[in-house]
Design a binder for this molecule. Structure first.
Ligand SMILES: [Zn+2]
Length: 83
């Protein structure tokens, strides 16, 4: 559950992105984008870039996959002893 993620002043980061950011700019904040930690404007700017840019889109899906894998490992069998 990540309700309240968009509350101003809490976890939301506000990187300064131009209206048409370069790949470097997008990749610099894509980690926050995946976690929805950017402000709404930044989210939209990045989404628009990803729509048009295959390279960053690949990066995004890889990052999402990585994060879900980490989440799966992190919460799973850390405390369980192996048979
Ligand atoms: Zn790009």
């Amino acid at each position: 559950m990540t309700e309240g993620n968009l509350r101003p002043g809490s976890r939301v980061r506000t990187p300064v992105l131009s209206a048409e950011p370069s790949c470097v700019e997008v990749l610099a904040v894509i980690d926050w984008y995946v976690d929805c930690e950017c402000d709404a404007t930044t989210m939209l700017v990045i989404a628009a870039h990803l729509d048009a840019c295959c390279g960053c889109c690949d990066e995004l899906s890889m990052l999402r996959w990585l994060k879900s894998a980490v989440r799966r490992c992190g919460g799973a069998s850390e405390s369980r002893s192996w048979p």
